[in-house]
Ligand binder design. Structure first.
Ligand code: 3HC
Length: 284
């Protein structure tokens, strides 16, 4: 079983993945090209672990052991990682550059996984000399809490690679599903984006208030949060990127982003991160 993993990108998803892996005993190399981002992520993880200590689920010494396993690293330090999980910006060229570097610095047996929420695993894999070791490993926000990971096969992903990430997922107490064909949005986002889009259209058309749209889905479908609140949590910029990509790939209006979403993103109102997302928006 893998013992050392590298997590590339220490934003919301990267830090959540690092958190859950360290909690389950992995030594985690954390890399982010922006100075200070890994330190900020470590502070946030420490705060989360403090709450676990307060609730009596962790002892202070266990918390310190988890923190000790979270290592701020550079590319020079990660050569012995058996698994790398990339969680950088959802932009193909940015991901490809990371995979090229991972391919160069990690041992030949290492698995290279991407947390992409929609992009093609096969295309990302083309930048490496080991496409059989490249796989999608899609976590959900907040990663420490959400049970699911989607394992996504690229055209050349080997069974052994799928098996290794399945074992990894089980070892960090996640449930995995395997997406057998590399298709945009995989399972969850292919279903979730039309839900967001339809909720936003209902709002745009003046059919119901944001509060009532969310309440309807929460209570009518037993979802933990309404779609407009959830769209803010996942980040409106991320949502728009995913919708645009799905629209481009499927040529289908099911995935056409509502104008209200595009306007909010252009205005820098990105949801959770700024506190100024869809839910705090009053116009149409
Ligand atoms: N990190 C770690 N733990 C967190 C957390 C975070 N960011 N946010 C909440 N938690 C923990 C809390 O500590 C609490 O733990 P406890 O029950 O063990 O004490 C637990 O989660 C519940 O949190 P709260 O009591 O604060 O609030 P809620 O009960 O309302 O739960 C929620 C919050 C877990 C976010 C819940 O509302 C939920 O499940 N919402 C839906 C989330 C969802 O659908 N995510 C998927 C988004 S799609 C996606 O990510 C794909 C991407 O590609 C777009």
């Amino acid at each position: 079983m893998e013992q050392r993993i590298a997590v590339i990108g220490a934003g919301t998803m990267g830090s959540g993945i690092a958190h859950v892996a360290a909690l389950h005993g992995y030594q985690v190399y954390m890399i982010d090209e922006k100075p200070g981002v890994v330190q900020t992520a470590r502070v946030r993880i420490h705060q989360r672990l403090d709450r676990e200590v307060e609730k009596g689920r962790l002892t202070p010494s266990e918390r310190e052991a988890v923190m000790d396993r979270l290592i701020e690293a550079t590319w020079d330090h990660v050569a012995d990682a058996e698994l790398a999980i990339e969680a950088v910006l959802e932009i193909m060229e940015v991901k490809k550059a990371v995979f090229q570097t991972l391919d160069r610095v990690l041992g030949p047996e290492a698995v290279l996984a991407t947390n992409t929420s929609s992009l093609s695993i096969t295309e990302i894999a083309t930048t490496t000399r080991r496409p059989q070791n490249v796989v999608g490993l899609h976590f959900f926000n907040p990663a420490p809490v959400m049970k699911l990971v989607e394992i996504v096969r690229g055209e050349e992903t080997s069974d052994d690679t799928v098996q290794r990430v399945q074992t990894f997922a089980t070892s960090i107490n996640k449930e995995a599903v395997v997406v057998q064909k590399d298709t945009p949005g995989f399972i969850v986002n292919r279903v979730l984006m039309p839900l967001f889009i339809e909720a936003m259209r209902i709002y745009e058309e003046g059919i119901a208030s944001k509060e009532d749209i969310d309440k309807a889905i929460k209570l009518g479908l037993n979802h933990p949060m309404g779609p407009l609140t959830l769209a803010d949590l996942t980040g409106l910029d991320v949502d728009l990127n995913v919708m645009d990509y799905l629209f481009q790939e499927f040529h289908d209006d099911r995935f056409a982003a509502p104008m209200v979403l595009r306007r909010l993103v252009r205005a820098g109102k990105l949801g959770r991160k700024t506190g100024k997302g869809f839910y705090n928006y009053d116009g149409v």
